[in-house]
Write a protein that binds this ligand. Sequence first.
Ligand SMILES: NC(=O)C1=CN([C@@H]2O[C@H](COP(=O)(O)OP(=O)(O)OC[C@H]3O[C@@H](n4cnc5c(N)ncnc54)[C@H](OP(=O)(O)O)[C@@H]3O)[C@@H](O)[C@H]2O)C=CC1
Ligand SMILES: O=C(O)CCC(=O)C(=O)O
Length: 488
Amino acid sequence: MTVQTKILTYQNYINGEWVESSSQTAQKSINPANKNEIVGYIQNSTEDDVNLAVAAAKQAYKNWRKLGAVARGNYLYKIAEIIEKRQNEIAETLTREMGKPLAEAKGETARGIAILRYYAAEGMRKTGDVIPASDSRALMYTDRVPLGVVGIITPWNFPVAIPIWKMAPALIYGNTVVIKPASEAAVTAAKIIECINDAGLPKGVVNFVTGKGSIVGGRIIEHSDVNGITFTGSNTIGKEVAQKAVARGAKYQLEMGGKNPIIIADDADLEKAVDATISGGFSSTGQKCTATSRVIIHEKVYDDFKRMLIEKTKALTVGNGLDPNSKITPSVSEAQLNTVLSYIEKGKSEGATLLLGGKRPEDAGLENGFYVEPTIFENVHSEMTIGQEEIFGPVLALMKVTSIEEALHLANDVSFGLSASIFTKNIDHMFDFIDEINAGLVRVNYETAGVELQAPFGGMKDSSSGSREQGEAAKEFFTSIKTVFVKP
Ligand SMILES: NC(=O)C1=CN([C@@H]2O[C@H](COP(=O)(O)OP(=O)(O)OC[C@H]3O[C@@H](n4cnc5c(N)ncnc54)[C@H](OP(=O)(O)O)[C@@H]3O)[C@@H](O)[C@H]2O)C=CC1
Ligand SMILES: O=C(O)CCC(=O)C(=O)O
């Protein structure tokens, strides 16, 4: 395990230069496993800094667009290669700054590299179709054109993968970008920008501004030269992004929360279902929008499932993500920890039964970290707060049902619709679930969490703005269609 001695200050990256914010102040980013450890300092940027970044992106747009997708793809390959060389160091920073287990951080960094290569190759794929014109002597076809300057606002839970899965498609289709990463994980994001700088992209194509969400993010959303905004984060801020974007006619895309159910049918393979529930609910300490939150179990297997779940959960070690034995690592911040603890209190006060966990661990060595024990409630009902709201922590709500119909009803009985899973061997139940569940990601005999970079990702209802990210679907947001008619 590397011990970092020097604490660095990370600057904004505007028009190809590393620059200090006009505020000339910086804020610390700390390690959630030890609040006394500073991972680095990031700029406290102002609206003026955002204005400079947007002006640089606008200036760079013309040539970047004209460069062509194949040449743009070659830059993405180069970035992937540079990140690959720094993979371990970036993953370790991710764990130190955001808290997730190092193995997950390494997996995320590898995913970022794969996403860059996927979109680099996209530069050689078709951008339109030839469509028969009513005039047989005319040529009619579609083409995809970039939006212009795209504003990117990202959360802290995937500080490598999410910035990359938004930047890579934006860039390959010819847009230039201004990115504002989450403050809690901005040092990790800065390291990705260092790799972009080292790949030699033309000045102004990628601009990076850190600082307070309401100031930096707020200005990106309102700037009239930002043509599109892509956001991942909370519903509250997502709705604000949407309203402001609509008010000035900018294109926008939102990926927000989830309250993801896993249904355990009476014929489920319980061993596999328990493992999927633990992995889906507790990986990254439940801080995934696809995390399993509600476990809907048929009464015939309820007691066995519950016993096995509790047994395996008790065996999970709580600790620092740099320790390979740690499975439950800290919440990202004190504020997030307090949010999780307050949901646990609400669960108890609204009548749910606490089966396991529910508090901060008392083990020596964990007192300076934002840890909470893996927590399991039962007797949870849809009308309870913990049956409805996204917790973003290691908390599972068990709900007992008497039929698959009841399970499906409960699964859909929330305002979110991101991911959902069923464990069953019954093919009718599988297809009823696939047909009736209101979710963007539908899993059969597999956990709710995790996404495949080559497939569309997004949710229904309050989980997203209806658009999809990743895979080929990214094209829909980052481009506009031109229908061309040519008559000789
Ligand atoms: N869908 C998902 O993957 C995620 C969901 N969440 C949910 O949101 C809850 C709160 O997390 P939190 O980090 O506060 O999420 P936020 O929605 O506040 O943050 C997401 C991003 O938006 C920025 N931001 C904050 N306020 C504004 C604003 N007024 N205008 C523009 N941008 C803004 C943040 O900047 P800054 O970091 O500087 O505040 C960050 O970059 C979590 O408990 C979880 O339920 C959170 C993260 C990811
Ligand atoms: O589950 C994943 O890998 C991605 C989830 C995600 O996009 C998120 O939590 O914001």
